[in-house]
Design a protein around this ligand. Structure first.
Ligand code: ZN
Length: 287
């Protein structure tokens, strides 16, 4: 599933390709992608004659800003956008097509068919599902160490599922949580309330640095991810633990291990991220 760096890369490329284009017609061939309004005909009719102003992002959602309306789109597992000339035959699994007045088309293709689209009036999208409960944007200035700790530090649950929960911090998925926890030297099964101040500071920095570098590299192309221009990201070559089971840790040489945390495959170095153990006092500690 695309995470913040991949969605941000799609946003940037799409913004260059579609901003300023006017929608002449919309074709929906898989109604279930359209969540709001429920009727695909109504969805299509609302978009006719609108011009795309820009493409924005909130968490892992794209916000396609039109005059008066906002199209909120989630790619889920394998959703993809691409801009094509009208004459090019559509690829298999193309489910929604936005026909522009300049003979080009924005096509949404989704092999797994899990993607969603919601249409809102301007501003309304932030007050209703699916965007209304989203947490802090980790690449915004408002994501300070203090704000981060305030949201998470007192929780008694494991840190990895907390970081995956989009109600606290948005944009992190399985890849970048593993990378950030490794960079910070924190075991994914540590409970948030066992994490020390210096570790919070390292984790906060690691999240910002990892996501920032991944955005610069155009995201990670692990399965089928490509940007809005059909290009692969490059950050998969820079991943330190994710997908590197049985390879030596870049920091200490010990082999990377894979375990399951909160139902998710998790990559760690047990030397750089010590396993939490019960101390004599019965409290969790690092050693
Ligand atoms: Zn290591």
């Amino acid at each position: 599933m695309p995470e913040l760096p991949e969605v941000e890369t799609v946003r940037r490329t799409l913004n260059q390709l579609v901003a300023g284009k006017r929608i002449e017609r919309v074709t929906v061939s898989l109604p279930r992608i359209i969540q709001r309004p429920k009727a695909p005909d109504e969805f299509a009719a609302l978009l006719v004659g609108r011009t795309i102003q820009s493409v924005e992002r909130r968490g892992k959602f794209l916000r396609i800003m039109l005059d008066g309306l906002v199209l909120v789109s989630h790619l889920r597992m394998e959703g993809r956008y691409g801009v094509y000339d009208r004459k090019e035959p559509p690829e298999l699994h193309t489910h929604v097509v936005f026909h522009f007045s300049d003979d080009t088309e924005l096509r949404y293709k989704d092999v797994r068919q899990f993607g969603t689209m919601h249409l809102f009036d301007w501003g309304e999208e932030l007050t209703l599902p699916p965007l209304n409960k989203l947490g802090m944007e980790p690449l915004d200035d408002a994501f300070t160490l203090q704000a981060f700790k305030k949201k998470l530090a007192k929780r008694t649950t494991k840190i990895k599922p907390l970081l995956l929960n989009q109600e606290y911090v948005v944009g992190l998925g399985n890849i970048y949580v593993d990378e950030a926890l490794f960079t910070a030297g924190i075991h994914p099964e540590r409970t948030a309330d066992s994490i020390k101040p210096a570790e919070w500071a390292r984790l906060h920095q690691a999240i910002i640095a990892t996501l920032g570098r991944a955005v610069e590299a155009g995201g990670s192309s692990i399965k089928s991810y490509v940007n809005g221009q059909g290009e692969m990201g490059m950050f998969q070559h820079e991943l330190l633990v994710y997908g590197r089971k049985n390879e030596p840790c870049s920091r200490c040489g010990q082999f990377i291990e894979k375990l399951v945390v909160g139902g998710r495959g998790t990559h760690i170095c047990t030397s750089c991220q010590p396993v939490p153990r019960l101390s004599k006092a019965g409290k969790l500690s690092r050693k």
